[in-house]
Structure formats: C-alpha cells, structure tokens
Design a binder for this molecule. Structure first.
Ligand SMILES: Cc1cc2nc3c(=O)[nH]c(=O)nc-3n(C[C@H](O)[C@H](O)[C@H](O)COP(=O)(O)OP(=O)(O)OC[C@H]3O[C@@H](n4cnc5c(N)ncnc54)[C@H](O)[C@@H]3O)c2cc1C
Length: 416
C-alpha cells in the first residue's frame, strides 16, 4: 500500500515510525528544503511518552530532555498557588518529558531515516494540490523557493500532517481563512541559567492577561548541574488589533514586553535577568482554529495541528499529534479497508481533541491563576481563604481527564 504523509513535523514523523512498526512503508513529503533544529521548548505528557516508548524512544528522549518532576502555578507576586508532582513522581508508568523541540524533531527524523531509509523523507516538496477525483488521490508538490513543479504521485492513503496552515485541510475547507487570534502574544526564548526549584520543575506565574511559563529542557545541562531554561512570556492585547501572521521563526525584541515583567524578580528565579540573558527571542500570536466536523474523506485524513490546531496551553500540541499517530496506526491494523480505518481514527480522536481546543480557550488548567488574580490581585496571606484545595484539585483533575492523561486510567490502559 502506498502511503503519503504530508509534513515532517512531530506528527508526521511519529506517524511514519508507528506505521512502519505496523509493517507499512510511508513516504513523507516536507515543504522545507533543509530540516533544522527549530523551536524552543516543548512538553510530552505521559500518554504521549507511552507511545514514543512503544516505538523504543524513551531512553533517547530522557537522555536529551528532562523528566519533569513537578508543575507549579504562582501568582504575579511569586506566591505559590498550586504544586503537583508530574510523570514518574506522580506515579505514572511513563515520565513527562520537557525537551527542546528541535532536539525532539532531530531524534525523530534520524529514527525515521534509520528505520525507513533515507528516501522516506522527501524535502523541498511543498504540497500544492490534491486531486481526489480518481480511485487513488493524486498529489502535486512544488519547490517553495521557485514554485517549480517538483514531484507528482498517487497514493492509497494520504495523511495531512502539514501543520496549522495545512494545504490538505484547505482542500476540504477552502473557505476557512486564517487561524483566529485571541489577543495574546507569546515571546519565547531559551538560555543557560542556574537550576531553579528542583532543577526539573515547570512553573507558570501570573494570570490570563500576563503570564510567564518556564522549564528546563536539557538533560546534558542538568547532569552538569546547570539548566537550559525555556521560557515563554505572554501578554494580552485587544484582539481587534491587527497582528502579524503566525510564524514560528519570527524574531522579537525584548523591549516590547520586558518592561511589563520588570518587577518579576522572585527569590527562586529572577525573570527579567533570565530574559536579558537570552540571545534569540521569538514571537508568536496565540492562534487556533474552530474544530471541524470531519477529518477523513475517503482515503485522505488530517492529523496533528492540521486536524486540531490549539493554543499551546496544557502541554498538548505535540502530545495530541502523537496520540493521533497511534490511533491512526491501530485503526489501520484493525480495518482492512483504508476508508473504514480513517473513519475509526476520526471517531476516536476528533471529539476528544475538539474538547481540548475548547478547554484551552478557557485557559485549561491555568485558570486557577486567573481565579486567584480576580480574588486577590494584591497577593494573599492565606491561600485557603482565596481558593480551597478541593477547587484546585478539581480543576487539575478535570483537565487531565479531558486531555486523556489522568494517572489511573492511563496506567490501567497499559495493564489491559
Ligand atoms: C518550525 C517550527 C517550530 C515550532 N516551535 C515550537 C515550539 O517552540 N514550541 C511549541 O510548543 N510548538 C512549536 N511548534 C509547533 C509544534 O511542533 C506543533 O504544535 C506540534 O508538534 C504538532 O505538530 P504537527 O506535526 O502537527 O505540526 P508542525 O510541527 O507544525 O509540522 C508541520 C510540518 O508540515 C510542513 N508543511 C507545512 N505545509 C506543508 C505543505 N504544503 N507541504 C508539505 N509540508 C508542509 C511544515 O514545514 C512542518 O514541518 C513548532 C512548529 C514548527 C513547524
């Protein structure tokens, strides 16, 4: 069976590895000519690490990244609102891994090339058009540099894993238009620093309109007693304003946001100093798209950000793409007809991911910071007077269930 995956991002590469393990030989066509280690930090939740572990990757990922031990929420004064253990420390059978997205991508790419062969990833192939009229879909790829026709092919199965600007999705939803902006801008960076908190902690501070997210991402740095620290500063503006189209590679100047965080020098981490020590800072608008009613159209389907672009809240972007890869592969194993498999995959994955898109619009589990901001903008002496532990527990657990990684059901699934 000829399987074409469009896009060699995290979703496309993991799908190729999973399908290969199930006996298939997919070919990935990727728009960019040279795949480089791009992006800053990214988080893999235990259910996604479980999928990667089944593909034999856990050791490499733990070597490269950090087994995150805890997640903390603070208010804008640096007072602790919530702490929960994560990954192994929380009793999961798999870790949560914080890792440089570029490293993760490079590891996956290397594994694909080693296992499937060098020709399995065709770079410089930008999907221009998809033809679904015949018995087998036809694809036309151009070079992005000069729009010259590069390659045409037909396939028995086409997986659109081509990200938030998916050409495959646009084929089925031509009037959808650009992603929607919620008014927030994210500035992202990474720099070497001293370890903070446990050295394997992830924290968020602030509230819905102003937030700072921070976590270490490098195993090498940690083992040498240091931290390669990933951070994201977020500010909210009027969503009616114009914003620059989302581009993961747009550089930014810290003077545009740093003054707002000027007094966020907490005794456990000096945030302004961290930002000032960062050489490369990137800007990205918080965008997503409304969930669509259908991903699978005969032998063509969508996966990852192409299927369910969501706000990068709750560490779910890459994790959900990885779960898609597993679900699609299992469906292929249990259905003899491709279109039945794709419908089964869609039935399993569309509604749960749509629920995460919607939950992330409501701040996901981070809503506890906004609740505390509204109830105690000047800080608090006794957190219990502001929000009860039950309320905090409830919000955290609800999101885990929704995103499919509450400990009991995940560990139970593994034993089944
Ligand atoms: C360069 C880059 C940097 C990123 N940095 C971060 C980060 O720092 N932190 C974070 O949380 N998330 C980041 N992301 C997003 C994150 O990787 C995704 O949200 C998540 O991993 C889901 O992955 P995906 O494979 O569905 O989409 P993506 O990772 O976006 O991958 C889609 C792939 O499809 C390719 N593509 C697009 N259009 C076409 C086309 N017409 N034809 C062929 N190929 C096409 C793209 O070049 C890309 O390689 C980044 C994405 C990219 C592309």
């Amino acid at each position: 069976m000829e399987i074409v995956i469009v896009g060699a991002g995290i979703g496309g590469l993991v799908t190729a590895l999973a399908l290969h393990k199930a006996g298939h030989s997919p070919v990935i066509h990727e728009s960019v000519t040279q795949l480089r280690e791009l992006g800053v930090g990214i988080n893999l939740l235990p259910h996604a690490v479980r999928v990667l572990s089944d593909l034999g990757l856990q050791e490499r990922l733990l070597e490269a990244g950090i087994a995150t031990s805890e997640l903390l929420y603070f208010n804008k004064h640096g007072q602790k609102i919530w702490r929960e253990p994560r990954g192994f420390e929380a009793g999961y059978d798999w870790p949560q891994i914080s890792i440089h997205r570029g490293r993760l991508h490079a590891i996956l790419l290397e594994e694909v090339r080693n296992r499937l062969g060098l020709d399995a990833v065709q770079t410089g192939h930008h999907l221009r058009s998809l033809d679904i009229e015949g018995t087998r879909p036809g694809l036309e790829f151009v070079s992005r540099e000069n729009s010259g026709l590069k390659h045409t092919c037909k396939a028995d199965l086409v997986i659109g894993a081509d990200g938030i600007h998916s050409a495959v999705r646009a084929h089925f939803y031509p009037d959808e238009g650009p992603p929607m902006w919620n008014g927030a801008i994210l500035w992202r960076g990474m720099c070497e620093s001293d370890c903070f908190l446990t050295g394997r902690s992830m924290f968020m501070a602030g509230h819905a309109n102003q937030k700072f997210v921070c976590y270490p991402v490098s195993g090498d740095h940690f083992r040498s007693g240091h931290s390669l620290t990933n951070w994201v500063a977020e500010l909210r503006f009027d969503p009616q304003q114009a914003f620059q189209r989302e581009d993961w590679n747009r550089r930014a100047d810290p003077s545009t946001f740093l003054p707002e965080f000027g007094n966020w020098a907490f005794d456990w981490l000096d945030i302004p100093a961290l930002v000032q020590a960062t050489t490369d800072i990137w800007e990205y608008p918080m965008v997503d798209r409304d969930p669509v009613p259908q991903w699978s159209f005969g032998p063509v389907t969508l996966l990852g950000d192409a299927a369910h672009p969501m706000y990068p809240i709750g560490s779910n972007g890459a994790s959900q793409a990885i779960l898609d890869a597993q679900s699609l592969t299992l469906a292929m194993e249990t259905h003899s007809r491709v279109d039945d498999a794709l419908l089964a995959y869609e039935t399993e994955r569309l509604e749960p991911t749509a629920a995460i898109v919607r939950a992330n619009r409501g701040q996901g589990p981070e809503q506890v910071m906004q609740i505390v901001e509204e109830r105690a903008p000047d800080g608090f002496d006794d957190l219990d007077q502001i929000i009860s532990n039950n309320e905090l527990q409830d919000i955290a657990m609800r999101y885990k269930r929704l995103a499919g990684f509450d400990r009991e059901s995940l560990n139970r699934k593994a034993q089944a």
